[in-house]
Write a protein that binds this ligand. Structure first.
Ligand code: NAD
Length: 268
């Protein structure tokens, strides 16, 4: 039962953090969910109490089917294997949430002037290449089904700027994701495929909490500077994902929806 009963969703970067919240939300709506991640053990980096394949087990406990697929989604072969394993295990792909990605955490930003070529490659691969490759793999399947929904993940940094020009190339990679969202929506609308993006502000995941002191991102002062006067929590973003993957948004495509407490309203 549920609005998404019988549907199959792939959520990338879902072994922890926001992706996990999206995967659990979609399962709660009735979908079977594939967890794709570089590292299926979400505990490794930020001390979340998650072990290998935790999220697929959580989803099975909700009465849905779930598999975990390990891979680096900036590599075409890994993306191909993700979609092959999904089709073999679950037989279709109705929903793709391109959440995998991230920034580089350094006290120095990095600002544009501090960004190395290695930083550039890492950021563009993690955010733009993963998104493009997964969309390219999903589209033939969704076209054959005559319908599909894609949600990409951009960022406050991609639609605005942070004070002092922090996270410059991360922002550029996420701005590129927003642009790709619009062009894919234009290309794929006639095939019954909607493509939208979510732009989170500062959302308190285990990662952000662990880095807050060092980076000055996720502090009380930042919360107080936002129009809604608080930092975000994963469910603030999961609600937007729910809207974008269900028929509530059936006439919406090519849009970026910000779940950021109003952060983009404030000039820096
Ligand atoms: P996170 O680091 O906790 O989770 C990201 C997941 O993506 C990790 O499990 C990681 O292993 C996976 N991943 C990264 N690169 C990958 C790759 N090449 N192939 C496969 N998996 C890969 O981060 P999060 O805070 O949950 O953020 C999730 C998404 O939301 C990211 O795209 C991030 O840029 C975006 N975002 C987060 C915030 C925030 O405040 N938390 C704000 C704006 C945007």
């Amino acid at each position: 039962s549920g609005q998404l009963a019988g549907k199959v969703a792939i959520v990338t970067g879902a072994a922890r953090g926001l992706g996990r919240a999206y995967a659990l939300r979609l399962a709660g709506l009735g979908a079977d969910v594939v967890i794709a991640d570089l590292n299926l053990d979400g505990a490794r980096d930020w001390g979340e109490q998650l072990g290998a394949d935790t999220v697929p087990r959580e989803i099975e406990a909700m009465g849905r089917r779930s598999i975990g697929v390990q891979g680096d989604l900036s590599r075409p072969a890994d993306v191909a294997r993700l979609f092959d394993e999904t089709m073999a295990a679950l037989g279709r792909v109705d929903i793709l949430v391109n959440n995998a990605g991230g920034a580089i955490a350094r006290e120095s930003g990095p600002r544009a002037s501090e960004t190395t070529q290695a930083d550039y490659d890492l950021l563009m691969d993690a955010n733009l290449r993963t998104t493009l490759l997964c969309c390219q793999a999903a589209v033939p399947i969704m076209k054959a089904q005559g319908a599909g929904v894609i949600v990409n993940v951009t960022s406050q940094t991609g639609v605005s700027t942070l004070p002092g020009g922090l996270l410059a190339v991360y922002g550029a990679s996420k701005a590129a994701v927003a642009s790709l969202t619009r062009t894919l929506a234009a290309e794929l609308g006639p095939c019954g495929i909607r493509v939208n993006a979510l732009s989170p502000g500062i959302i308190m995941t285990a990662r952000v909490a662990a880095q807050a002191a060092a980076r000055g991102i996720g502090t009380n002062a930042q919360a107080e500077s936002l129009p809604l006067r608080r930092l975000g929590e994963p469910d603030d973003c999961a609600g937007v994902v729910e809207f974008l993957v269900t028929d509530l948004s059936r006439y919406v495509t090519g849009q970026v929806i910000c779940a950021d407490g109003g952060a983009v309203l404030h000039p820096n």
